[in-house]
Design a protein around this ligand. Structure first.
Ligand code: HDE
Length: 733
C-alpha cells in the first residue's frame, strides 16, 4: 500500500464513530470489519487496519508491507550473474507460491459456489423454533457450494456423477448447514463403509485411471457385492447424474432430521430443494463431448447467470412426519438408502433461496468453505441414521487437515455472522483472534464467571430421545430390503429416462474387464426388474442370470414426483439459443430473435463460420458472437436457422454447419428454421425435401419469425428435449 493509501485508510478509520476503535474506545460490532472475539480498545485499531480487503489497485508490497520497486527482475550479482540468496522479495514470493495449494477435498473436490439469501414464506413456529424459520421478513444470508463427488479439482463438470448441494445458512443463532446431494439416497447404510465405497469409485490405485468416472471394475465390483448400493446406483445411472444446469437440479438433505418446536415437540423431517426452472438433464453423448469442449460448462453458466441477473432459485421443501408415525412405513426412516415417496408425505414448500452474488475470490470462499453436518441450530436436531452419525464426525475431522488446524471457523466464509461472542478455545495453528484478559477457562471467578453458559431454556440443547440397547455391531432388519425402492425408481421414471438408464448401465458395464462383475451386477438388476436386466444383458450380449430367491422387491406404487417428464416446462429463462448464420443472412430476423430472447431472459448468439461481423442480405453489419468451431451445438439448448439465400448456400457447403444441425437433432433439441432456413434442413435430410409437413417433433419451419413462430419456439425450448424423434440412431453426429 502506498503512503498515500495508508493515510487515506487511517483517516477513514479515525472518522469511524460507531463501530470503529475510536476515541471512546468502542469495538466494531460483530460481523463488522475489525470485529474480533475479546475485542477491546487495545486491539481494535490493529484489527481494523488489517481488516481492509485487499484489492488490485494498491502498490505491491511484500508480506511485511514493504513497497516493491522491481517485481520483474531478481537481485543478481551482475546482470548475467547468479541470483542472490539475499533477494528476500523473490524468496518470499516463490516460497508463498510453493505453498499455495491446500489438500483438495477427498470427495467433492470440484465445486463452485455462490452467495444469496433464504427467506421463509411464513412462520414455521408450529414445527420448529429455529429463528431463521420464523419471520417471513428476514432474509438469511447463505453460501451454496455445488460439486461433483468423484473427480479431482480440475476434472470436468459434466461427468456422470451425483452432485453435492451444500448450503450454509448464516442464521442469527449460528450457522446451519444442509450438506446435501442432488440424489435423495446414498450408496451405503453405515458410515463405516464410506472409505471402501469412495476408494472403489475413485480412480484405481495402481494407475489412477479413470478420472471422474464410475465406469471401471472397482466400483462395479463393490456394487455387485453390496446390494444396498442399488437404489443410489439407479440414480447415478439416470439422467439426474448429468444435470443440464446446476439451477435445474433438485437438492436433498438425504437423512431424516428432526424439527423441534418451542414446546419441545419433535417431528421427523426430510429437507428438499426444488428448482424454480424444473429438473432437466443433458444427454450422455452431449455430456461426454462437453467434458472436452467446455469442462467448466456448469460452473461457467452459474457464474454467467448470476452476473447477468438471472438468479438461480430454489424452494425449500419439507416432508414432515409426526413422531408417532415413525414406524408406519414399509421402510425405515433412518435408512439413508430410502426416500419417503412424495405421494405418501407431500413436500411442503416453505421458503425460497436465491443465489444473487458470485464469490469475490474462488479460493477464499468456495475452496475454503467448510460445511459440516454437525452445524445445526436450536430447533433442528439429528436422528440415529447410522450414515448421518458417521458424517457428524467426518466433516470437522477432514477439515482439520484440509484447512490446516482447528481455527478454520475464523476464515471469513466460515465465520458466523450472528453475535459470535466467546468461548475458551484458544491458540493453535493460524489463530487470528487476539483474545484478551487473564482467564481462559470456565468456570472462573476472576472474570465474573464470563463467558458463561446461556441461561436455562435458551441455547442449544439436544432433543431428549429415549435410548436403550446393547452395544453391538449390527444392522437393523428394517434396513434389509435393498431392491423395492430401486424398483420404485425404475417404474416411476418416464420411458426416455428408462431408455437412458439402460444405456448408462450398458455403457458402464461394457467398459469392465471382468465378466464375473458384470454377471453379479446383472443379478442385482434382475432383482430390481426383469425387463431392465434383460435390456442391459442384451446390450452386453450376455445371458440373463437367475433372479435370487430371497430378493425382495415388494410390489410398488410408482411415484410421479420421481418422473423428470413431469417437471416444470414453462420457462425459457437462462436457455441458450444458437442462431446459425453466414454472410447474406436475413438480418432483420436475427435482430428480432435476439431481442425476443433477451426479453425472455434467454440468450441468443449468432454463430457463424467466421468471427467478426457478418454482412446481412440488405448490407447491414451483424456482430458474430462466436464461431462454429469454438461454440459447438452442445453449448446450446436450441437452434435457429434464419433465412437468406447466400447464408444458406454457405452453410450447406460447410461441414461444420451441417454437423451443427445434425448434432442438435440427435440431442433432441428444438430446431427452428425461417424462410430459406427450411431448405437447409431439407438439404441435410432432417426434414422432407418438398413439403414442410410431417416434421419430426420439436422442429419448426416457417416463412418468417413472426409472433406465432416465436410462441411455438418458446414452447419448444421450454419443453427442453424431444426424445421421440425418428431416425436419431441413423444420424452420424
Ligand atoms: Fe460427504 N463428505 N460424506 N456426503 N459430502 C465430504 O467433507 C462423508 C455423504 C457431501 O461443498 C467431506 O469437507 C462421510 C452424504 C457434500 O464442501 C467428508 C459420509 C451426503 C460434500 C465427507 C458422507 C454427502 C461432502 C469431504 C458417509 C449427502 C461437499 C471434504 C458417512 C447428504 C461439501 C469435506 C462441500 C464432503 C464425509 C456421505 C454430501 C470426507 C463419512 C450421504 C455435498 O468429510
Amino acid at each position: 500500500m502506498g503512503k498515500f493509501g495508508l493515510c487515506v485508510l487511517l483517516l477513514h478509520l479515525s472518522a469511524l464513530s460507531v463501530w470503529g476503535q475510536n476515541e471512546a474506545g468502542t469495538c466494531p460490532a460483530p460481523g463488522q470489519p475489525g470485529y474480533t472475539v475479546g475485542c477491546n480498545s487495545k486491539t481494535a485499531s490493529m484489527e481494523q487496519f488489517r481488516a481492509k480487503s485487499i484489492g488490485p489497485d494498491d502498490i505491491l508490497t511484500t508480506n511485511q508491507g514493504v513497497e516493491i520497486a522491481d517485481n520483474q527482475n531478481s537481485l543478481k550479482a551482475g546482470s548475467r550473474g547468479p541470483t542472490l540468496l539475499e533477494d528476500f522479495i523473490m524468496r518470499e514470493k516463490i516460497t508463498h507460491f510453493d505453498h499455495e495449494r491446500i489438500p483438495e477435498r477427498v470427495v467433492h473436490a470440484r465445486g463452485e459456489g455462490a452467495h444469496g439469501y433464504f427467506q421463509v414464506y411464513s412462520s414455521l413456529a408450529n414445527i420448529t423454533k429455529a429463528k431463521f424459520l420464523q419471520d417471513p421478513n428476514v432474509q438469511t444470508p447463505v453460501f451454496v457450494r455445488f460439486s461433483t463427488v468423484g473427480g479431482s479439482r480440475g476434472s470436468a463438470d459434466t461427468v456422470r456423477d451425483i452432485r453435492g448441494f451444500a448450503t450454509k445458512f448464516y442464521t442469527e443463532e449460528g450457522n446451519f448447514d444442509i450438506v446435501g446431494n442432488n440424489a435423495p439416497v446414498f450408496f451405503i447404510q453405515d458410515a463405516i463403509k464410506f472409505p471402501d465405497f469412495v476408494h472403489s469409485v475413485k480412480p484405481e490405485p495402481h494407475n489412477e485411471i479413470p478420472q471422474a468416472s464410475s465406469a471401471h471394475d472397482n466400483l462395479w465390483d463393490f456394487v455387485g457385492q453390496q446390494p444396498e448400493t442399488m437404489h443410489a446406483i439407479m440414480w447415478l445411472m439416470s439422467d439426474r447424474a448429468i444435470p443440464r444446469s446446476l439451477s435445474m437440479m433438485e437438492g436433498f438433505g438425504v437423512h431424516t432430521f428432526r424439527l423441534i418446536n418451542a414446546d419441545g415437540v419433535s417431528r421427523f423431517v426430510k429437507f428438499h430443494w426444488k428448482p424454480k426452472l424444473g429438473v432437466h438433464s443433458l444427454v450422455w453423448d452431449e455430456a461426454q463431448k462437453l467434458a472436452g469442449k467446455d469442462s467448466d460448462f456448469n460452473r461457467r453458466e452459474l457464474w454467467e447467470d448470476i452476473e447477468a441477473g438471472n438468479f438461480p432459485e430454489w424452494e425449500l421443501g419439507l416432508q414432515v412426519v409426526e413422531e408417532g408415525d415413525e414406524l408406519k412405513f414399509d421402510f425405515d426412516l433412518l435408512d439413508p438408502t430410502k426416500i419417503i415417496p412424495e405421494e405418501l408425505v407431500p413436500v411442503q414448500r416453505v421458503g425460497k433461496m436465491v443465489l444473487n452474488r458470485n464469490p469475490d475470490n474462488f479460493f477464499a470462499e468456495t475452496e475454503q468453505v467448510a460445511f459440516c453436518v454437525a452445524n445445526i441450530v436450536p430447533g433442528i436436531d439429528f436422528t440415529n441414521d447410522p450414515l448421518m452419525q458417521g458424517r457428524l464426525f467426518s466433516y470437522l475431522d477432514t477439515q482439520l487437515s484440509r484447512l490446516g488446524g482447528p481455527n478454520f471457523h475464523e476464515i471469513p466464509i466460515n465465520r458466523p455472522v450472528c453475535p459470535f461472542r466467546n468461548n475458551n478455545q484458544r491458540d493453535a495453528m493460524h489463530r487470528t483472534t487476539i483474545n484478551v484478559g487473564k482467564t481462559n477457562y470456565d468456570i472462573n471467578t476472576r472474570n465474573n464467571g464470563l463467558p458463561k453458559q446461556a441461561p436455562s431454556g435458551s441455547g442449544f440443547s439436544s432433543y431428549h430421545q429415549q435410548m436403550d440397547g446393547a452395544k453391538l455391531r449390527q444392522r437393523s432388519q428394517s434396513f434389509s430390503d435393498h431392491y423395492s425402492q430401486a424398483t420404485l425408481f425404475w417404474q416411476s421414471i418416464s420411458q426416455p429416462e428408462q431408455d437412458h438408464l439402460v444405456s448408462a448401465f450398458s455403457f458402464e458395464l461394457s467398459k469392465l474387464e471382468a465378466d464375473a462383475i458384470r454377471i453379479q451386477v446383472l443379478t442385482n438388476l434382475q432383482n430390481i426388474d426383469a425387463q431392465l436386466a434383460k435390456r442391459v444383458a442384451d446390450n452386453l450380449g450376455m445371458p440373463l442370470p437367475p433372479k435370487e430367491q430371497n430378493a425382495y422387491p415388494k410390489p410398488v406404487t410408482p411415484s410421479p414426483a420421481l418422473n423428470q417428464a413431469t417437471t416444470a416446462k414453462t420457462s425459457i429463462e437462462t436457455r441458450r439459443i444458437a442462431i446459425l448464420a453466414a454472410d447474406g443472412v436475413d438480418g432483420q430476423s436475427v435482430e428480432d430473435i435476439k431481442a425476443w430472447a433477451a426479453e425472455n431472459k434467454a440468450k441468443a448468439k449468432v454463430i457463424a463460420p467466421h468471427a467478426g461481423k457478418l454482412r446481412s442480405a440488405t448490407g447491414q453489419d451483424i456482430q458474430v458472437d462466436g464461431t462454429i468451431v469454438a461454440n459447438p451445438s452442445i453449448l446450446f439448448d436450441a437452434l435457429l436457422i434464419p433465412g437468406g439465400n447466400q447464408s444458406i448456400k454457405t452453410l450447406q457447403e460447410d461441414g461444420g454447419a451441417v454437423h451443427y444441425a445434425l448434432e442438435a437433432y440427435v440431442h433432441y433439441k428444438p430446431i427452428a428454421a425461417a424462410a430459406e432456413g427450411g431448405d437447409f434442413l431439407a438439404h441435410i435430410g432432417l426434414i422432407p425435401r418438398l413439403k414442410h409437413r410431417d416434421l419430426p417433433e420439436g422442429m419448426i419451419v416457417a416463412e418468417n419469425v413472426d409472433d406465432g413462430f416465436k410462441q411455438q419456439f418458446y414452447n419448444y425450448i421450454a419443453q427442453h428435449r424431444f426424445f421421440n424423434r425418428q431416425r436419431v440412431k441413423a444420424i452420424p453426429a
